[in-house]
Design a protein around this ligand. Structure first.
Ligand code: HEM
Length: 251
C-alpha cells in the first residue's frame, strides 16, 4: 500500500514535471527551476550540489548552516510528558532498535529521499508557497533548509530522545511557526507554515520512506518494523512541532 502511494507520488511528481514543461528553464545553483505561465513552480531538482553535505561524516554535519542542535532554549514540554507521548504512540525499545537500523539503511540514500520530498513540495503550488513570497520561491532558502532536513533524517533515527533532542524539536516548531520562520536563513518568504499542513505531511513523509527502507535486502518483517518505528517517530516529532500553534494549556 505504502509502496503504491510512494510510487504514485513519484509518478505525480514526474507527470507534473512533464505537464508543466517550462516555457523557460533557469538554472540556479545546480537547481533546476521551472516556471510556467503566471505561476511560479519549483520543480524537484535540488541536485548534486548537496552530495557532499550529509551521507558523510558527522563533522560535515556540524557545519550545516543554522543547525543549532544542543544550543537552543529549553522545550516547554518535559521529558516526563515526552515519555507519556511515546507510550501513547506505542513507541518501544524495539522501535528504537529498528529506528537505528532505519538510520543505517537511509544514511546513503538521504539525497534520493530529499529529491522525492522536494519534488513533491515543488510540484504542489500550495506547498512551495511556503518557501517564498508573491509566487517566487527563495532558492537559497530551499537549499539551506534541505541540508537541515537531511540532518533531521539522521537525527530522527540516531539521536537519543533526551533533553537536547526535545529542545531541538521545539526549535524546529518555532521555525515552522511565525515565531522564528525565515529568521535562521534570513529568507524572504511567507511568515508561517499553516498547522494543517504540518499534520498532513506526516503521511507523505512516512509512505514515501518505505521504498527506501526496503532497498538494503532486509526481510519484509524487518522492513515493516523499521517502517512502523519511522511512522511513530515522525508522528511524535510533529506533535512536538505543533506546540506553538496550540492555545496555552491546551497542548
Ligand atoms: C512531517 C512534516 C514535516 C517535516 C518532517 C519537516 C521537516 C523540516 C525540517 C527538518 C526542517 C529544518 C529544521 C531545522 O531548521 O533544523 C524544516 C524546516 C522548514 N520546513 Fe518543514 N517539515 C514538515 C512540514 C512542513 C510543511 C508542510 C511545510 C510547507 C510546505 C514545510 C516547510 C518548511 C520550511 C519553509 C522550513 C524552514 C523554516 C525556517 O524558516 O526556518 N515543512 N522542516
Amino acid at each position: 500500500m505504502a509502496d503504491a502511494i510512494a510510487a504514485q507520488i513519484h509518478r505525480d511528481t514526474k507527470a507534473m514535471a512533464r505537464a508543466k514543461i517550462p516555457s523557460s528553464t533557469l538554472k540556479v545553483d545546480s537547481q533546476i527551476f521551472f516556471t510556467h505561465n503566471h505561476c511560479s513552480l519549483v520543480l524537484l531538482g535540488i541536485l548534486t550540489i548537496f552530495e557532499p553535505s550529509f551521507n558523510k561524516t558527522s563533522k560535515t554535519m556540524e557545519k550545516i548552516k543554522g543547525y543549532t542542535y544542543g544550543q537552543v532554549v529549553q522545550s516547554p514540554v518535559s521529558l516526563a510528558e515526552l515519555d507519556l507521548l511515546k507510550k501513547t504512540v506505542l513507541f518501544s525499545s524495539d522501535d528504537e532498535k529498528h529506528l537505528q537500523l532505519a538510520g543505517e539503511v537511509l544514511k546513503d540514500q538521504t539525497n534520493e529521499v530529499l529529491d522525492l520530498w522536494y519534488g513533491f513540495v515543488g510540484s504542489n503550488e500550495h506547498l512551495v508557497h511556503y518557501f517564498g513570497k508573491g509566487g517566487k520561491p527563495d532558492m537559497e532558502y530551499l537549499s539551506a533548509v534541505r541540508l537541515r532536513f537531511g540532518q533531521w533524517i539522521m537525527d530522527l533515527c540516531n539521536k537519543p530522545y533526551d533533553q537536547d533532542w526535545l529542545n531541538y524539536q521545539h526549535e524546529i516548531a518555532l521555525r515552522h511557526h511565525s515565531t522564528k520562520k525565515n529568521k535562521t536563513d534570513n529568507a524572504n518568504a511567507v511568515p508561517i507554515i499553516h498547522y494543517r499542513y504540518l499534520v498532513a505531511f506526516i503521511f507523505p513523509i512516512t509512505a514515501t520512506t518505505k521504498g527506501f527502507l526496503s532497498k538494503k535486502g532486509h526481510d519484509t518483517e524487518t522492513v515493516e518494523k523499521m517502517y512502523a518505528a519511522w511512522f511513530k517517530a515522525v508522528t511524535l516529532t510533529v506533535i512536538l512541532w505543533t506546540y506553538r500553534y496550540i492555545n496555552e494549556n491546551e497542548f
